[in-house]
Design a protein. Sequence first.
Length: 373
Amino acid sequence: MLEEARRGLHLTHLACMDTELEAWQNPAAQAKLRSIAQTYEPGMPQTCRIPGSLWLFAVMLTGDMERLRLILDETVRTSRGTPGYDWELAASLQWRANLFAHRVDWEGDALADADEALAIYERLGDLWGTAEALAARAESHERKGRWGEAAADYEAGIDLAARLGARAQQAVLKARLGSVLMESEPERGELLLREVLASHDGGHNEALPAARLFLSARLAQTGRVAEAREQVRLLREEFGISHFIIFDAFILGAEAHVEAAAGSFETCLDKIRQALGRAEDPLSQAIAPHMRAQYLHIAALGLAGVGGRAADGARCLAAGDALLPAGRVMPTYEREPRERAERQLRALLGDAAYAAAYDEGAGLSPGEAAALV
């Protein structure tokens, strides 16, 4: 028991670790993460609840997402079969729903997991858990392009968070709702994102990065480039872990999108080269498998804007399309740059030359496509 208590302290420390690149990418930190990841076996009862469940962070940070999938499956199985583990079952189902929502290329039913978690939390009277399960269900709707259902679940979660007085949770859900509303009510979505930004108290607020990221995309799409640049600048400045590799990738992608909207195509290409490099990291690929496709589409937009690179742009566009996870529906902030790139490339090349270059790009590996940029 004493040894397990010590492990729990190490796991708690891991959950609070400094997430700057050098803090987890150096050999000593990686060795510790691998040691933690190998300590438990999937399905052990102590890994179904805190602090043992924090073990998942070590597995994620070593990029072993296939094992994470196995761990979550076994955690659900153990929790379901262990008396008194109802809350743990709901939590593991919610975790798995979130994973399936991000990994639509994996077999799994995010909606069924979220529904079951929601029913358990409601039966237990856990309002916080209910709001989180609603958010997981909303995200599963979102990834399938069911924008109305996603918005309804986010709104229900916001109401619950308001009842609890959980302002940070409420703000995160509002930012997610603002993003979803870009598909049907973009003006209302923009107002909601601005409300999230205006309501923060100057302290740490995990909703701010998402709100700034979504708002910058909206501003870039509607030609308000100066304000879009400012939102991305504030995002990098205020977000304490902006250098953590996956978040750096997201921010670089946003910067590249804004520069393309501004007509600064060389700067766009410089940013997207860096973003594509970050997207190759195993953690980035595991958590955001759509990222490379999205960034090759932005690269195509940048290549359309510089002289003599249109054919390479069409090749990048095709390579990005080939990398899109099966079953994933692109939101407007991903779809709009891709559509604009295709329009511009067709206009520059003509239909026949565009089709020929596109066919060449469809067979490129991600590394080969990135090398064109």
